[in-house]
Ligand binder design. Structure first.
Ligand code: NAD
Length: 480
């Protein structure tokens, strides 16, 4: 069994009561590591460590904080293969995917916010009522809570701006994928990152996560995860008037028009099934104009059925397993229910066992014939499953796309710029991609509307969230 630590004040340690959780390899379905099952006492210890580190960290010049974030990025890059191996082992993702996207993007997040640290948000106003300037000061100790689907990538997306703005952080990674956060803390320690500035407490959400959210000395919570947990966290934060951002679930529509570019079907297969559909931005409701529905269906289903599932280290593997046994059973139950609700399975539809893999693999599944108000089309399933629907015109496409309690992202596939702008305006979601998917400029706001999110991450939004603005007004001199 591999051993994972939690990191408080730069010191690797077990939980206060030595309790542990098993960590499973989704490819084999077997436990392969033990992770501390942190407690409220561990959160208190981490808060004390972070409070002690805060005066020195927040007093650093912005360029010195940028130096540390860049140094951490460099150190991850040097150990990049170790990060890829641990992330792939923990999640079952194809190694190629973590090498190409997730670890490079995590490194980029630290570099981006290192630069942002030196771009002050402070402003000055004069000639109206004295001289006014605004300070954007760090909040103090903040908590970041992340999910299992993109473990280091999403953690870095929160850690980097929180640290860049001068806060000290307690991170609570998912208990299902604790490995890369452990390696990150170990890396930070190895480069002499100031102790207590970045603390990692491992363990279950309803104990250690809840203790972090409820701690009165934790001034803000940045959460990414399910809408159900976000709802609970929001209630606790509201009670304490604590700042909170919530990045939650999605049920993203893709709108394919008759003038869609030729690459639409191929791109949408990637947008539907990358990471086995376990990305909050995956398109899971594919809406196609009736005139091109049959042709699109044929190529989309053929491409989906051809995806190769397998072991992460096999360079031909395109899809890995889903993340846990509970999740595997949940996805299969939705497929079974869809069949009962009138859906026709066009490809996939069940569990598979690629050669040498006994874990939680589900074949890419495409279903048609389901009403938009069915559970399959309304609930976030978060697996390799999508539904296809035909629409008649632009208004019908918008009505189907917006018929969801979620509002995270959408893709629109058309060669008509006027139509693209209308869709972008009227789709109820935080991100609209036109003829593309998952391209990211880190300066843009990131997040969702409706039950997908509250607040935004990214660029200026993240730096603003992790700071408190203060206005200072210097009165005019009597004859000024
Ligand atoms: P989850 O909500 O079960 O868990 C997320 C994190 O919250 C974990 O670290 C968990 O331990 C912790 N947690 C659980 N209960 C808690 C509580 N009561 N108090 C504090 N923390 C608690 O989500 P998950 O299953 O790990 O991840 C999948 C979900 O994440 C999906 O819904 C997906 O859409 C969402 N997600 C959203 C985005 C986005 O940017 N909107 C990105 C990635 C994933």
């Amino acid at each position: 069994m591999e051993k994972i630590d939690q990191w408080i004040a730069g010191i690797p340690q077990a939980s206060s009561d030595a309790a542990v959780l098993s960590v499973f390899d989704p490819v084999s379905g077997q436990a392969y590591a033990e992770c501390p099952r942190g407690s409220a006492a561990d959160i208190s210890a981490a808060v004390n460590a972070a409070r002690s580190a805060f005066p020195a960290w927040s007093a650093l010049k912005a360029s010195d904080r940028a130096f540390w974030l860049n140094r951490l990025a460099d150190a991850i890059e040097i150990r990049s293969e170790a990060f890829c191996l641990c992330e792939s082992r923990d999640t079952g993702k194809p190694l190629a995917l973590v090498r190409e996207i997730e670890i490079p993007r995590a490194i980029a997040n630290f570099r981006f916010f290192a630069a942002a640290a030196t771009q002050s948000l402070d402003r000055a106003y004069h000639q109206e009522a004295g001289l006014n300037y605004t300070l954007h000061q760090p909040l103090g100790v903040v908590g970041v809570i992340s999910p299992w689907n993109l473990p280091l990538y999403l953690l870095s997306w929160k850690l980097a701006p929180a640290l860049a703005a001068g806060n000290c952080v307690i991170a609570k990674p998912s208990e299902i994928t604790p490995m890369s956060a452990d390696l990150l803390a170990r890396t930070a320690q190895e480069i002499g990152f100031p102790a207590g500035v970045l603390n990692i407490v491992q363990g279950a959400g309803d104990t250690v996560g809840a203790a972090l959210v409820a701690h009165p000395e934790v001034k803000a919570i940045s959460f990414t995860g399910s809408t159900a947990v976000g709802h609970r966290i929001a209630a606790v934060c509201a009670d304490q008037f604590k700042k909170v951002t919530l990045e939650m679930g999605g049920k993203n529509p893709a709108l394919v028009f008759p003038d869609a570019p030729a690459h639409a079907a191929k791109s949408l297969v990637r947008a539907a099934f990358q990471n086995s559909g376990q990305i909050c931005l995956c398109g899971s409701r594919i809406l196609v104009h009736r005139d091109v529905y049959a042709a699109f269906k044929q190529s989309f289903v053929a491409e989906s059925a051809a995806l190769k599932l397998g072991a992460p280290a096999d360079s031909t593997t395109q899809l890995g397993p889903v993340m846990s046994e509970a999740h595997f059973n949940k996805v299969l139950a939705y497929i079974a229910k869809a069949k009962g609700d009138g859906g026709t399975v066009l490809c996939g539809g069940g569990a598979v066992k690629p050669e040498g893999c006994d874990g939680w693999f589900i074949a890419p599944t495409v279903i048609e014939g389901l009403p938009m108000d069915s559970d399959f089309c309304q609930d976030e399933i978060f697996g390799p499953v999508v539904s296809l629907h035909a629409f008649d015109d632009d208004d019908h496409a918008l009505a189907l796309a917006n018929a969801s309690r979620y509002g995270l992202a959408a893709t629109v596939w058309t060669g008509d710029l006027v139509r693209a702008h209308r869709m972008a305006r009227e789709l109820e979601c935080g991100i609209v991609w036109i003829n593309t998917w998952m391209q990211r400029d880190l300066r843009t706001p990131f997040g969702g509307m409706k039950q997908s999110g509250l607040g935004r991450e990214g660029g200026l939004e993240a730096m603003t969230f992790f700071t408190e603005p203060k206005t200072v007004c210097i009165g005019n001199l009597p004859n000024g």
